[in-house]
Design a protein around this ligand. Structure first.
Ligand SMILES: NC(=O)c1ccc[n+]([C@@H]2O[C@H](COP(=O)([O-])OP(=O)(O)OC[C@H]3O[C@@H](n4cnc5c(N)ncnc54)[C@H](OP(=O)(O)O)[C@@H]3O)[C@@H](O)[C@H]2O)c1
Length: 222
């Protein structure tokens, strides 16, 4: 049985990935900073859960939760601000959660992962394009995409690394955004968390796919 740690596993896309993987028998560890909603989802799915801020102590987190087959680097936060409002503090915070923590978690996970294990990074269409006001977040996701390729190269042939390049899916993170305007940019309209869950399962379970960043974006990048 696969044991899979999902950061940000209590809400939004992380919760949908957890539901999908629980349905095919993964033994799950859900990680986040808030007890709710982690506890209730973990109870529903029969999963383990850990309160942790992923920007502190990646090695310890993997040791407490392991041994782990797969790692899903999903936790994150958005940030909006035009160039004139950028600050080094905001950029550092974004890089900590979207790049530094996933890299350190992947390093600790890889040290104990079995043959066939996979690290899956939840990236964004903003890794390859930009949007006004989202430049710092886009830069952090672009770095996460680069990390995915290096992990895939260096961990082969024992383990794999892949990413999902997600378009707009209504979650806590998109609250306050103009969803009707965003939907108009997606030929297939906005996604649902379950769309991301299904794609995550596909990449985790594949045997011969590594280093890809699969668009799950309703055609946004066409
Ligand atoms: N929704 C979209 O349209 C979209 C599109 C592209 C990519 N994404 C990416 O998808 C991922 C999930 O986002 P979402 O849309 O599902 O939003 P969400 O519901 O706000 O989920 C973010 C999760 O990350 C956790 N988290 C944030 N900072 C953390 C930290 N320092 N340590 C541990 N956990 C932390 C949050 O839990 P706590 O607050 O309890 O810690 C929360 O469960 C993110 O990486 C996001 O960038 C989302």
């Amino acid at each position: 049985m696969s044991r899979t740690l999902i950061t940000g596993g209590g809400t939004g896309l992380g919760a949908a990935i957890a539901r999908e993987l629980a349905g095919v028998g993964h033994d799950l560890v859900l990680v986040g900073r808030r007890e709710e909603p982690l506890r209730s989802l973990a109870e529903e799915l029969g999963a383990a859960w850990q309160i942790a801020d992923i920007t502190t102590g990646a090695q310890g987190l993997i040791e407490r939760c392991g041994p782990l087959t797969h790692l899903v680097n999903n936790a994150g936060h958005a940030h909006t601000g035009a160039v004139e409002d950028w600050s080094a503090e905001d950029l550092r915070a974004l890089l900590e959660v979207h790049v530094v923590a996933p890299a350190m978690l992947a390093r600790a996970w890889a040290a104990q992962a079995p043959q066939g294990g996979c690290a899956l990074n939840i990236s964004s269409t903003l890794a390859t394009r930009s949007a006004p006001g989202l430049g710092l977040y886009a830069a952090a996701k672009a770095a996460l995409s680069s990390l995915t390729r290096t992990l895939a190269l260096e961990l082969a042939p024992r383990c794999r690394a892949n990413a999902l390049r997600v378009g707009v899916v209504p979650t806590e993170m998109t609250q306050g955004r103009d969803l009707a305007a965003l939907a108009a940019l997606h030929p297939l309209g906005l996604g649902a968390p379950e769309d991301v869950g299904a794609a995550a399962r596909f990449l985790l379970e594949s045997r011969w796919i590594t280093g890809v960043e699969l668009p799950v974006d309703g055609g946004l990048l066409l």
